[in-house]
Every structure is written in structure tokens, then in C-alpha cells.
Design a protein around this ligand. Sequence first.
Ligand code: SAM
Length: 340
Amino acid sequence: MTKKTTTNTIYTYTKPLETINKTYTYRKTSLFINFAIMKSTKKTAKPFIKWAGGKTQLINDIDSKISSKIHTYIEPFVGGGALLFYLLNNYPNLKKVVINDINTDLINTYKTIKNNVEELISLLQEWQNEYYNILENEEQKKEYYYQKRTLFNKRISNKTTQSALFIFLNKTCFNGLYRVNRKNEFNVPIGSYKKPLICDAENLQTVHLALKKVEILNGDFEQTLPYAEKKTLFYFDPPYKPLSETSSFNSYAKDEFNDDEQIRLANFCKKIDSLGYDWILSNSDVKGKNPNDDFFDDLFKDFQINRVLAKRSINANTNKRGQLTELLITNRKKEYAEVI
Ligand SMILES: C[S@@+](CC[C@H](N)C(=O)[O-])C[C@H]1O[C@@H](n2cnc3c(N)ncnc32)[C@H](O)[C@@H]1O
């Protein structure tokens, strides 16, 4: 894939080209085009939700490890998609992009943005107006939030409404957390944002355009294997192994991603390595916390393990926010050896 030199790749014209042509009919065709480009606003797709473990901080480190020859990009734990959108914005020549996540509510929302963005935007706009009208009244605001949360948890609405509820809750809940109980009920309380942007219509439309070339799957990470072709890169960003019993956030879904799951993922990485595909994986650096903890160093001893600085942003206790090292592991031994 060829990387673009600028970060913006998606163009949205402020006026349709035909309108511009009609208004300026005395100009030459080439000038119409120049004018249209001048009037265009370059747009960059960005994550449409806040999601624990967002990779914005690590993007440059990960990008430095990506081979320019990749044709297919697969992200089996897509979450908020920080790296996905970065690549869609910066590598327009990618032939095939596949994303997956086990969280059905999240994946339905990706699909709604891809297939039904206008209806989604109008629902969110309506709810944003209603919410802004009661911003000053704490009781009414709470009632409104918990009604939406109850409706979301019933999971009886059509897919577009369910997706709008998912975004509404993400924008208005405590710290933008996603947490469900054993019954898969979202149980995060209302947040304290003064005037949250619930309907970012411009970004939703840009994401809609960016998702056109993306295949969207819902299920376990192993189901992505058949989508790999020659020159495929997998990027794995699984739920991180907790650094301690209490410190980490790891419940994106009702089933826990425990040590056995981390081992299953490491075995999957070995398998795709033997099939000749590239992969990069990020995870917490448990050794940084306990120098005797060789869990990942042992699991990935045949691959290149890099330690990079990264800042975690979702942590209920703000005093605990700070710089930690994280792991970036890859099977691309030679090409990337000098990078970190
Ligand atoms: C750390 S988050 C990904 C963060 C994301 N890369 C971002 O930038 O926001 C991990 C994701 O893995 C998903 N997940 C958990 N278990 C999974 C499994 N067995 N297969 C696929 N996805 C899984 C969770 O739903 C969650 O969205």
C-alpha cells in the first residue's frame, strides 16, 4: 500500500459540483475543478465513540512497523478503531480492509454507519436537541439518560435505533466507559459532561465514506483468518492483561478475556506467522509492574518484543493516570528491528 504524504484523504464538497458549474458557467472546465477543490473541506475520519484502550497514543509507533507492501489489513479486535481510521485516512491504496469485534452492539453500530448513516444522524440530532433542552435540570437529565439505558438494554429496537442508543450512551455516560454485567446489560451511570456532543454529523458522514471499502464482522478473532490473502497485515489489540486485580479495565463484553484467551491468541499469532502473514500485537507490559512476570516474554519469545511509552486514558481514578510502557510485538523481525 502507498502511504499518502498528507493525513487528509476524504473530500467533501461544500456544494455539489453541478451547482458550482452552473453558477460559474463562464469559466473553463479546469477552473471549475480548481474552484471545487479550493471550496472543498478535507475530512479525516476519526473514532465515533470513546473506547477503553484507544490506540491514538501508539499510532506513530505502530505505523513505523507497517510495511508499505501490504494489500490487506485485518483488525480482529477493532474497538473504537483508532488505527483503522488512521490507516483508511493515510493508506488510500489498501485493497481490502476487514474489521471484527465480539461486541455485537458495537459492530451493529459500525454497520449502521456504513449502511444507514442519515437515519442515524437524524435520531441522534433529535435526542441531542431534547437533551440540550434539559441540560440545566439534573433530575430530568438523569431520567432521560436512564430511560435510554433501559431501552438499550431491552434490545428490542430496530438496528438503527439500537445504534443511536449505543452512541448516545457512550457520549453521555460516566467517562465514556462501556461495561456490561453477566446478562450483557450496560450498567454505566450517567456522566458529568456539561454539554456533550452527541451528534457529530460531520464525522459520522466521513466515517460512512471511509467504511465503504471495509468488511465488517462480528465474532471471535479467529474467524478473521479466512479473509487473509497474500501481503496481509493483522493488527491485534485484545483486551489487555490486567496489571493488577483492581487496576485494569477489561470488560468490553460479558465474557472475560483471561490468561487462557491470551494464550489462545498467541497460538493464533504463531499460526498466521507460519502461514506467512504479518502481524503486530499490542498488550500491557506486565513485566514493567513486576520484573519477574515473564508471561508475554515467554509466550512471544520467538518474535520481536518492543516496549513503548503509552498513556492509558480510561481510569476511574484520575490520580492513577500516568505513563506506562506497553508491548508492541511483531513477527516482522528483520525489517523492523531497528525501529524502536
Ligand atoms: C482493547 S479493545 C480494542 C481497542 C481498539 N483497538 C481501539 O483503538 O479503540 C479490545 C476489543 O476486543 C474485543 N474482544 C474481546 N474478546 C474478543 C474476542 N474473543 N474476539 C474478538 N474481539 C474480542 C472487545 O469487545 C474490545 O472491543
